[in-house]
Design a protein around this ligand. Structure first.
Ligand code: EPZ
Length: 423
């Protein structure tokens, strides 16, 4: 298993290009199942999660042509003749459940493995199943598989989500695009990645509108056509590097990527309150560094968009270890998303967990140590601590990082970091 070795304590200084958003790319790939015409996606990040989902689409029978060097991907789902997403693929990446809605909508049948849990929590899909049943699907669960079918087209309906669910909302949107009549989703997730999916589906002939009051209306069509779509930048990777610049003393970074100024504005309040200086150079470029010698502590909790994203929680925690005052971070989305804490404690952090709240006390700096990555975002928080600590930090199980961060060593090495991958 690969590991990453960092010789830390060196200020970061340089340019980082932000890649396309992983959590937009995955539903967009699933959405290509809805048409028998080719769909081309641009700004596709070269991530293991993307390759995993593309493998699933090929298993279903889609033609996939991905050129990671120019981040372009073309998929044609005309010849899909298999409708099963097997456990060994779905367990690797629960977002594979996103093929359920499109397969059901276009082929009226799907057999998708239940995703099973993952490191951060149980990850149920009951909202997906209830929503599809509301659209007229017959669904039963046996042998760990979701067996879905419908004898005729899905029928538009009103669907209320008991809790905001990102992929749950995405699955229902995609299923509803080919349903008869109108579907209204209430208490929908409205992340930028969902807006990106809506925009691509509308460019394929859908008629979808949404409001900030978490209502999405989908007018069903008999078929959709192909399109060419550029994926939005990854706001979580963006936030990760902003917080990295705040964590490593005397660092400053220039971040570039399609429309990242707008994506930064969505979370600018957080960055200002912890003491980051964000200069907007142009719509695709920002300059970031600490606005004073030390960051300020914060009291915050994770929430669905537009609140503070849970996918930045581990990264914020690391930055707050270096603040001049105490912080409290409450995790409200996932029941087990503090696995980075024991590893950070081994690097000298002063963090106490009280239920789902982390109490962080300032430390001068992290201490280098061998650590183990446990899940995608936690693994990057260990990279940040390693970049800050003097001496060598070794991070094991870096496959977690490769799921969501493209070329992490390359991007950081270009900013003076001493970081290398050991095969
Ligand atoms: C998406 O996961 C993201 N993944 C996650 O990012 C992110 O942490 C999460 O949204 C929250 O923002 C992708 O978009 C591929 P949810 P998702 O359904 O859709 C409960 C990363 O790091 N729930 O919004 O699986 C659930 O238990 C990943 O990139 C149900 O109870 O999350 C959780 O408490 C990690 N039943 C809450 O809702 C359901 O049927 C939000 O989950 C569905 C969800």
């Amino acid at each position: 298993m690969d590991k990453i070795e960092i010789s830390g304590g060196i200020p970061l200084n340089g340019n980082i290009t932000i890649s396309g958003a992983k959590n937009a790319t995955l539903p967009l790939i699933a959405a290509t199942i809805l048409t028998d015409e080719p769909v081309t996606l641009n700004n596709v990040p070269n991530l293991s999660d993307v390759h995993t989902l593309l493998k699933l689409l090929q298993l279903l029978g889609a033609e996939v042509d991905f050129d990671p060097s120019n981040h372009t991907l073309t998929i044609c789902s005309k010849s899909i003749q298999n409708f099963e997403a097997p456990y060994d693929l779905v367990r690797k990446m629960r977002a594979s459940v996103l093929v359920l809605g499109p397969l059901l909508a276009r082929f009226k049948k799907a057999r998708v493995s239940l995703p099973g849990g993952c490191a951060i929590g149980v990850r149920p899909v009951d909202f997906h199943i209830t929503g599809l049943r509301n659209l007229g699907a017959n669904i039963n669960i046996d042998e760990g598989y979701i067996n879905a079918s419908c004898s005729h087209n899905l029928i538009g309906s009103e669907i209320v989500f008991p809790k905001v669910s990102v992929t749950g909302t995405e699955n229902i949107i995609m299923a509803a695009t080919l349903a008869e009549g109108q579907t209204k989703i209430i208490n929908a997730a409205i992340e930028p990645e969902i807006v990106d999916l809506i925009e691509m589906l509308n460019s394929m002939g859908s008629e979808i509108s949404y409001s900030n009051s978490r209502e999405i209306i989908i007018k069903g069509k008999t078929s959709l056509h192909g399109t060419n779509h550029e994926i939005i930048s990854d706001r979580i990777e963006l936030g990760t590097y902003i917080l990295t610049a705040g964590t490593v003393d005397e660092s400053e970074l220039i971040l570039t990527g399609k429309n990242i100024a707008k994506l930064t504005e969505d979370t600018i309040g957080l960055y200002h309150s912890i003491g980051m200086q964000i200069d907007f150079i142009d719509t695709n470029t920002i300059h970031v560094k600490r606005s004073s010698n030390l960051l300020h502590g914060i009291q915050i909790e994770t929430e669905p968009f537009p609140g503070f994203p849970t996918d930045l929680q581990a990264q914020l925690m690391v930055a707050m270890c270096k603040a001049g005052s105490e912080s409290y971070i409450k995790e409200t989305i996932w029941e087990n998303r503090f696995m980075h804490v024991p590893e950070l404690l081994r690097m000298g952090a002063d963090i106490t967990l009280i239920g789902n709240t982390a109490h962080i006390k300032p430390i001068k700096n992290f201490k280098n140590a061998p650590v183990i990555a446990t899940d995608l975002r936690a693994s990057f928080s260990l990279v940040m601590a390693g970049l800050s600590a003097n001496g060598i930090t070794t991070i094991n199980r870096v496959y977690h990082i490769d799921r969501g961060y493209e070329n992490v060593e390359l991007k950081l090495s270009k900013c003076n970091a001493k970081i290398k991958r050991i095969k």
